[in-house]
Design a protein around this ligand. Structure first.
Ligand code: BJW
Length: 252
């Protein structure tokens, strides 16, 4: 049985609004590698070579090919018990939003109602010049031919709709993430190392603004020392048990 406090369950039962920040760890049990864990994406691939715009412009075929591979992994994956538990939690609280750093679309596929994507979505691509959306099929066809994928309208390079280091996060998403954090009575940080900003400041901001803040993670993170409670364990075990505990407390 995961080891969460009665306080956390009480706070969830009493909460008017719950905000959840998720990271790659929540999708690990769906078979999608995290970034910084042993065996994670960045043990094998250098982020300096793949996750910034300069790297992309230096070698668009390499970066487009890497993202195509990751898109295929994501398309073959399915939401796991952790994603489903967060979707289920909505039925037990008056208001809730999931702010995700993940680009894998799994919260949407688990039918969470409010998903705020801070770092984009790997299933989408757009032209760097005219900004029109370009379908994955066009990207795949170009890569197949050994060419960098280009916009059918203007010939600009096509890039995945994700946020690389040094790039601004989508302003609407960041605004919504700040608003949901400010509103939160309980804030859960799930499966993130909490080392990438600005997302990593949200759990700390939530605490400063009066929320009860807990994280779900098998390991220590960048915010462990700054929050109220850490529940050690995989999200796919902890979150269903937590939602069950909230539901049990609400039963007449
Ligand atoms: C489990 C589990 C299980 C395992 N259950 N858990 C302020 C201070 C310092 C630096 C900065 C700052 N502000 C901005 C910066 C610069 C930079 C930054 O933060 N750098 C730090 C690394 C130092 N930030 C940016 O550049 C951002 N832009 C920005 O701020 O614009 C304004 C600006 C620009 C320039 C200068 C100043 C201001 C953009 C950040 C974009 C991040 N993009 C990436 C790639 C996305 C595309 C792609 O997918 O390829 O996003 S990086 C990568 O890290 C990805 C993730 O979303 C993100 C976070 O990683 P996450 O999700 O936490 O994964 P991991 O692998 O780190 O952790 C997994 C966790 O799961 C672990 O803790 C495990 O234990 C756990 N786990 N199994 C539960 N079963």
């Amino acid at each position: 049985m995961p080891d969460f406090s009665d306080t956390l369950v009480d706070r969830l039962v009493e909460a008017g609004h719950v905000a959840v920040l998720t990271g790659a760890g929540i999708s690990a049990e769906s078979g999608i590698p995290t970034f910084r864990d042993p065996g994670g994406l960045w043990e094998e691939f250098d982020p300096q070579e793949l996750a910034n715009v300069e790297a992309f412009l230096d070698n668009p075929e390499l970066v487009q090919g890497w993202y195509r591979h990751r898109r295929e992994v994501v398309e073959d994956a399915a939401p796991n018990a952790g994603h489903h538990a967060l979707a289920d939690l909505e039925a037990h609280v008056p208001s809730m939003a999931v702010v995700t750093q993940n680009v894998d679309d799994l919260h949407n596929r688990a039918e969470t109602s409010t998903v705020i994507e801070l770092h984009g979505n790997i299933t989408d691509n757009y032209c760097m010049d005219c900004e029109r959306a370009v379908g994955a099929a066009a990207v795949d066809a170009a890569i197949q031919d050994g060419e960098p994928a280009r916009c059918p309208d203007c010939g600009g390079l096509v890039r995945p709709d994700v946020v690389w280091f040094g790039e601004m996060l989508p302003p609407d998403a960041m605004e919504q993430a700040d608003a949901t954090t400010e509103q939160a009575d309980v804030f859960l940080s799930v499966g993130t190392s909490a080392v990438v900003y600005p997302a990593a400041r949200l759990p700390v901001a939530a605490r400063e603004q009066g929320a009860y803040v807990a994280e779900v993670n098998p390991d220590t993170t960048g915010v462990t020392d700054d929050i109220h409670e850490t529940i050690r364990g995989p999200a796919g075990d902890v979150l269903p048990a937590l939602v069950d505990a909230v539901a049990a407390r609400q039963r007449p």
